[in-house]
Write a protein that binds this ligand. Structure first.
Ligand code: NAD
Length: 270
């Protein structure tokens, strides 16, 4: 017999009435996160440096009557990130979670001679580091500044399987910055432990989004590198996002959660 005083699964995952912000929420994985949170009754602020994406996607989501707002913000500008999160906090009177998701990938694998270590273009390194590392730090810093005094909050960073092992399909800047995101997440989890704020990191494998526009090495490669044999659909991130945003993850902090069709279970990439 089930105990009627025990929370049902629905209650554990309930985020209705809560307020979230998602960086890079105008496309791909960030947009999927915004969608599931809105579907489950939360208020969401989409932060993205693309005005066109912010306008288009928030208009689409708002058309369904859902409480979404958009802010055009470049995460490489710490003052702008801070102002946007503070505005969200003021408007909603709370900030229950921040998905620190904005990220870019420039260039290609070292198997392309133009992207070997000897030739590696420093300007592209700096641009990727500015978004994937400085932008993550700036967002994490502002989110923690609002959440620690509040005594609660969920911070979720987006790293990559490329931050957890070698990955000959992407550039040095991408693997290095994503490994750094993994470290930042762990360290911040310790810093914030006991404050009521948790920090977890997701490590996606290949998903079809705009980051890899035009990059699809084909089914044969996915079959070799991803045990499930295919690239992921952004909807397939939604369950993990809701888990990490809700009370269902109350005892989870400092964790790294691959979502990769089994790719990390392989001992080789190619
Ligand atoms: N798609 C994948 O296969 C994959 C795999 C592992 C990790 N990731 C990570 O997931 C995250 C989301 O990427 P995605 O695949 O959804 O890509 P995407 O390009 O579809 O979405 C990224 C969003 O971030 C925004 N953005 C980029 N630079 C920004 C900046 N400086 N300030 C604010 N917004 C900015 C873009 O406008 C875009 O809307 C990234 O951190 C990426 O590294 C993606």
């Amino acid at each position: 017999m089930s105990d009627p005083s025990r929370p049902r699964a629905g209650a554990l995952f309930d985020v209705s009435g809560r307020a979230f912000a998602v960086t890079g929420g105008g496309s791909g994985l960030g947009l999927a996160v915004a969608e599931i949170l809105l579907d489950e009754g939360a208020t969401v602020t989409v932060l993205d440096h693309s005005a066109e994406r912010v306008e288009r996607e928030t208009a689409r989501l708002r058309a369904d009557g859902r409480p979404v707002r958009g802010q055009v913000v470049d995460v490489t500008e710490p003052g702008a990130v801070d102002a946007a999160l503070c505005a969200t906090f003021d408007e909603d009177g709370r900030l229950d979670g921040v998905f620190v998701n904005a990220g870019i990938s420039i260039g290609s694998s070292y198997t392309d001679p133009a992207w070997r270590i000897e030739e590696f273009p420093m300007d592209s390194w700096q641009r990727v580091a500015a978004v994937n590392l400085d932008g993550v730090l700036a967002t994490l810093r502002s989110a923690a500044g609002l959440m620690r005094p509040q005594g609660r909050g969920k911070i979720v960073l987006t790293a990559s399987t490329a931050g957890l092992r070698t990955d000959p399909m992407v550039a040095y800047s991408y693997v290095a910055t994503k490994a750094a995101v993994v470290s930042l997440g762990r360290q911040a989890a310790l810093d914030l432990a006991g404050s009521g704020v948790t920090v977890n990191t997701i490590a996606p494998g290949p998903f079809r989004t705009n980051i890899g526009s035009g990059f699809d090495p084909g089914e044969e490669v996915w079959k070799q590198t991803v045990p499930l044999g295919r690239i992921g659909h952004t909807d397939e991130l939604k369950g993990l996002a809701l888990l990490l945003a809700s009370d269902a993850s109350s005892y989870m902090t400092g964790g790294i959660y691959p979502i990769d069709g089994g790719a990390l279970a392989l001992s080789h990439v190619l």
